[in-house]
Design a protein around this ligand. Structure first.
Ligand code: GRG
Length: 299
């Protein structure tokens, strides 16, 4: 099996595990369960739980507590996409080739499905205490990372600055602000995923800090690649060569640095992350391949 096949296989296995934690579609509030389940099951690359498990395996983790956290991080990621697609934000009707949650269930249910997934993620993460009562300190540390990286000092904070930067269209966004947005909006959940993998495998605080640094590079390279893919698909849709004068209405890494420099930076930031990873002197082959796959993905 080639690496792409291996990734697809792992993603399918992760989906099966995650599905076990989804709510039953019953009761008077059945619609919200359907909307939550639809949002999670409709697709996604499962990158965050995959990174979490890969780091966990690298540190030779053995606690079953990893599984509720893998589900929780994917539920938080899913809520962020559901809310990002709402009319008040990006107003998208399709994601992953399917109707977005609000387009299928209505705007109110879109808001509620996002709220529900976020809260439910913590309900599921707390199940880690039932699964492994011998690892309480690590689970508390993991919960702290999960809550902080998702909130106003993490993903939500990044999204706030991103939304404000779009609204004030005549204010010029600085590279410093763009870096802030990328580090929080995209990077924070990737950092949380990898840090939690290390924490639950009982890695030292020093190693967890190091993993955070590596993850921050992976998150940045991942977001720049997302910008590159966006530009490439926009120009393909317009039938124009990449780099022609079409002005994008949103500042991105590509509008700041140009497509060629952006591609170079994806490569050099990924190499930095891989070099740091090697310094653990552990079996990191899968993680290294995963970093490369993530940043050179085409969707
Ligand atoms: C609404 C609080 C709140 C946050 C939204 C995630 C996000 C912040 C916005 C979505 C838009 C976007 C392009 C974010 C950057 C991160 C990113 C590339 C998300 C997509 O992640 P993938 O590629 O998605 O892992 P799949 O579909 O594979 O799950």
């Amino acid at each position: 099996m080639d690496f792409k096949g291996e990734i697809a296989d792992k993603a399918a296995k992760i989906t099966k595990k995650i599905e076990l934690y989804l709510p039953k579609e019953e009761g008077f509030q059945k619609t919200i369960f359907s909307a939550m389940n639809y949002s999670v099951i409709v697709g996604g690359k499962r990158i965050r739980p995959m990174l979490m498990k890969a780091v966990y395996d690298m540190f030779e983790g053995t606690s079953e507590a990893i599984y509720p956290f893998m589900a929780a991080i994917e539920f938080i990621h899913t809520y962020s996409l559901v809310h990002d697609d709402l009319p008040a934000m990006d107003n998208d009707e399709y994601r992953r080739g399917q109707k977005t949650t609000h387009a299928k269930f209505g705007e109110a249910m879109g808001v509620l499905a996002g709220d529900a997934l976020l809260n439910y993620a913590y309900e599921i993460a707390l199940k880690a205490f039932e699964v492994d009562s011998s690892n309480k300190d690590a689970i508390i540390k993991a919960l702290k990372v999960l809550t902080q990286k998702s909130g106003v000092y993490g993903m939500v904070g990044g999204q706030v600055v991103d939304v404000e930067s779009e609204k004030t269209s005549n204010s010029v966004i600085t590279r410093e602000k763009l870096d802030f947005i990328y580090r929080l909006k995209t990077g924070a959940l990737i950092e949380a995923s990898m840090m939690i993998g290390a924490i639950l495998a009982n890695a030292s605080d020093k190693d967890v800090d190091y993993i955070e640094k590596i993850a921050s590079k992976v998150g940045l390279a991942f977001q720049i690649q997302d910008d590159i893919l966006d530009v490439v698909s926009t120009f393909e849709e317009l039938g124009k060569p990449i780099g022609s004068d079409e002005k994008n209405n949103k500042e991105t890494y590509v509008t700041f640095e140009g497509i060629d420099k952006s591609k170079e930076d994806v490569q050099s930031i990924t190499n930095e992350a891989i070099d740091l990873l090697h310094s653990f002197n552990k079996n990191d082959k899968f993680l290294e391949d995963l970093f490369v796959y993530l940043v050179y993905r085409n969707k």
